[in-house]
Design a protein around this ligand. Structure first.
Ligand code: SAM
Ligand code: DTB
Ligand code: SF4
Length: 321
């Protein structure tokens, strides 16, 4: 109850009908509006690059239907314990030398235990000392854990809502939407910047995508970073055979995210490996202005860095941010 008073219900900046109306626009009209909003808030053609490292891989107790790291699915993944601090710092140094500005550390935890959190705080301190911005995604956090990470100098915390509250129940049973919202509130209260988005292409309906974006845009403060992941359908997971999503519906999702969260970085996140250059170009035009670079996401493939460089060159995109 106290929690509810501290975090009043969303301000309803956007109603379901508002967001649905954006999705329903003719494609070119939506892109036009999204691009205008983008240009009013960000320098044209500027795309932020982050690097991702899985610091603890697999054997996760949660049952997220999309995730190759869940212990509930046999995806042939080798589980790995939390990496030693030095090894993480070495990877961060290499990422910095290759031009990365932000280093994101991902761990397949439901939530970190005290000794794990302590080691991760040390990683944050050392990665930050290299001059990199830091981001972590470690599962659910209590307020004191979020504060410890903030004290260590963490800049961003990634925790996704993933989908609508209604469809969430079909995707994850081991934690609730409210658990996710509570972690986001703890992260915000600790003064960390919030990175929060979702996944599309999981067999959800447009209504679910509308609700996801509406919920994100109506958070007390919208997330600074909004990853829009396209499902990477991994054999062995419950969503291995999810029905394909119309790529133009994916672009619409980026465009609507840009309009309802005009000042947020919208990240074209997982799934780029299966997207054509032309589809990615449409996403950048619709307002995506952040990507992960590097040949691996957490456990799945990402485009080759040379390919990304060539694409940026062909599209005239810059990476000054
Ligand atoms: N265990 C933590 C958690 O779930 O909060 C952090 C790591 S988890 C892998 C980070 C995010 O990756 C998930 O919230 C989900 O949005 C995304 N993700 C995981 N598997 C994916 C897949 N197969 N395709 C697209 N996105 C995926
Ligand atoms: C996010 O929203 N997407 C990234 C990051 N946050 C941590 C992770 C994508 C993971 C894709 C599946 C994998 O590589 O295991
Ligand atoms: Fe675990 Fe995160 Fe994967 Fe869910 S998404 S199974 S919490 S690693």
């Amino acid at each position: 109850m106290q929690e509810a008073q501290k975090h009043p219900p969303p301000a309803d900046r956007w109603s379901h009908e508002d967001v649905a109306a954006l999705y329903a626009l003719p494609f070119s009209e939506l892109l036009h509006r999204a691009h205008e909003v983008h240009r009013a808030h960000f320098p044209a053609g500027d795309v932020q690059i982050s690097t991702l490292l899985s610091i603890k891989t697999g054997a996760c107790p949660e049952d997220c239907a999309y995730c190759p790291q869940s212990v509930h699915f046999d995806t042939g993944l080798d589980a790995e314990r939390l990496m030693p601090v030095d090894a993480v710092v070495e990877k961060a140094r290499a990422a910095r030398d290759a031009g990365a500005k932000r280093f994101c550390m991902g761990a397949a935890y439901r939530s970190p235990r005290p000794a794990q959190l302590e080691a991760i705080c040390e990683m944050v301190r050392e990665v930050r000392a290299l001059g990199l911005e830091t981001c972590a995604t470690l599962g659910m956090l209590e307020p004191d854990q979020a504060e410890a990470l903030a004290d260590a100098g963490l800049d961003y915390y990634n925790h996704n809502l993933d989908t609508s509250e209604a469809y969430y129940r079909e995707i994850i049973t081991t934690r609730t939407y409210d658990d996710r919202l509570r972690t986001l509130a703890a992260v915000r209260d600790a003064g960390l910047a919030v990175c929060c988005g979702g996944i599309v292409g999981m067999g959800e309906q447009r209504e679910d995508r509308i609700e996801l974006l509406r919920t994100l845009a109506n958070l007390p403060t919208p997330p600074e970073s909004v990853p829009v992941n396209h499902l990477v359908a991994v054999p062995g997971t419950a969503l291995a055979d999810a029905p394909p999503l119309d790529p133009l519906e994916f672009v619409r999702t980026i465009g609507v995210a840009r309009i309802v969260m005009p000042a947020s970085r919208v990240r074209l996140s997982a799934g780029r490996e299966s997207m054509s250059d032309e589809l990615q170009a449409l996403c950048f035009h619709a307002g995506a202005n952040s990507i992960f670079c590097g040949e691996q996401l957490l456990t799945t493939a990402n485009p080759a860095t040379a390919h990304d460089r060539a694409l940026f060159e062909r599209l005239g995109l810059t990476t000054a941010a």
